[in-house]
Design a protein around this ligand. Structure first.
Ligand code: NAD
Length: 352
């Protein structure tokens, strides 16, 4: 499908492109929606092979940000930027050129960290534009979003437990966590405190060993963890690992984790539904980091951020209630709730 058609079908507002021969910058900013507020989304630094591939990624990711902000009650829209370059090509001059590109949109898009970018890069960008968010705590920012993402996942799991078992207690529940990176290792710590039994897996064996010795977690090989006998399977690694074959091997009652797009295809949500496995839609349960950054934009207060991240429980309760009512998957229910908020904002904006 060509880019115009994708944008028209998915409802994107803008796709803006910038090049700077002096620094080698090749960047794209996709703005899906500014209906609820300025579009916010990370900047991905990646060696895309073609312009089309980079633009399609930016468009897809920006739409997901709109839905994530909408369903979590944030007054933010959805945007995403990509810088097309190889890791060795990142220079302060290139980042500043990107910052000027962001600045030229006068606040329609606010940039943040994503794959291939660091907080230090963000500081460089902030030197030329105020439209950047997600700074270290020492700079008055909200710091690394991962602990808050993990907290949000824990809160979301409570709603899942209540829905599936009638009690939100983690005692005597077994949670299998795939991926012990920035989010996963925070999550297993929280789950341990809640009294959950843990099964963990990571490609990095040392991370598994640490969890086994510190949290009495059982370990499993990365290619088998999805088949762990557990109550909750928590994908906290890369997206797309839950394909139809992996789904057929799940032995859990709930899938709830931080990974973006954990399902190989959105349609696979129906396979989970048919197997009576409760799925917490990714963009509802993994929004803790985004909520944290949104709090930074209002003047960061950790307690306030934690209170808002606690709202993820209630959000998922709403999603499951809607799914039950309308006999659809939780993913479809979440989409409907997000789209309704957007439609309301659109109606309010169009006036008499
Ligand atoms: P990370 O890169 O710090 O950690 C990922 C971990 O997964 C690594 O330890 C890696 O070795 C492991 N891994 C990769 N493939 C694996 C496999 N097949 N089996 C087992 N382990 C595997 O990433 P992160 O920041 O912890 O994010 C994890 C997921 O959550 C990603 O999908 C990310 O997009 C999503 N997410 C993160 C945040 C955040 O605040 N960091 C917010 C929202 C969503």
């Amino acid at each position: 499908m060509d880019l115009f058609n994708i944008m028209a079908k998915e409802g994107h507002e803008q796709l803006v492109v910038s090049t700077d021969p002096e620094t080698g910058l090749k960047a794209i900013i996709a703005i899906h929606s500014t209906l609820l507020g300025p579009s916010l989304g990370g900047c991905r630094f990646w060696a895309y092979k073609t312009f089309e591939e980079a633009a399609a990624d930016a468009l897809r990711l920006s739409k997901a940000m709109t839905y994530k902000a909408a369903i979590n009650g944030l007054n933010l829209g959805g945007g995403k930027a990509v810088i097309c370059a190889k890791p060795g090509e990142k220079t302060p001059a290139l980042l500043r050129a990107f910052g000027r590109f962001v600045d030229s949109l006068a606040g329609l898009y606010v940039t943040a960290e994503d794959v291939g970018m660091t907080m230090a890069d963000l500081e460089t960008i902030r030197g030329v534009t105020r439209y950047a968010a997600g700074f270290p705590e020492a700079m008055g920012g909200s710091g690394d979003p991962s602990p808050m993402t993990a907290r949000g996942v824990l809160n979301g799991m409570r709603a899942c437990l209540k829905e599936a078992f009638g009690s939100d207690s983690f005692r005597d529940r077994t949670v299998a966590v795939q991926g012990l990176g920035k989010v996963g290792r925070n999550l297993v710590g929280l789950l341990h405190q809640e009294g959950a039994r843990l099964i963990v897996s990571d490609l990095d064996v040392s991370r598994m060993k640490t969890a086994a010795s510190e949290l009495q977690a059982k370990t499993m090989q990365p290619n088998r963890i999805h088949a762990a006998d557990c109550d909750i399977f928590a994908p906290c690694a890369m997206g797309g690992l839950l394909n139809p074959v992996a789904i057929s091997k799940l032995r859990c009652r709930i899938v709830a984790g931080s990974a973006n797009n954990p399902l190989a295809n959105r349609a696979d949500a129906k396979l989970l539904h048919r197997r009576r496995i409760l799925y917490a839609p990714d963009y509802v349960i993994n929004a803790g980091g985004l909520i944290n950054v949104a709090c930074e934009m209002e003047g960061y207060q950790k307690e306030k951020a934690e209170t808002r991240v606690a709202g993820i429980t209630e959000n998922l309760v709403r999603v499951f209630a809607r799914a039950n009512e309308e006999k659809v998957t939780p993913l479809e229910a979440a989409d409907r709730l997000a789209e309704e908020r957007l439609a309301k904002a659109r109606a309010g904006r169009s006036g008499p």
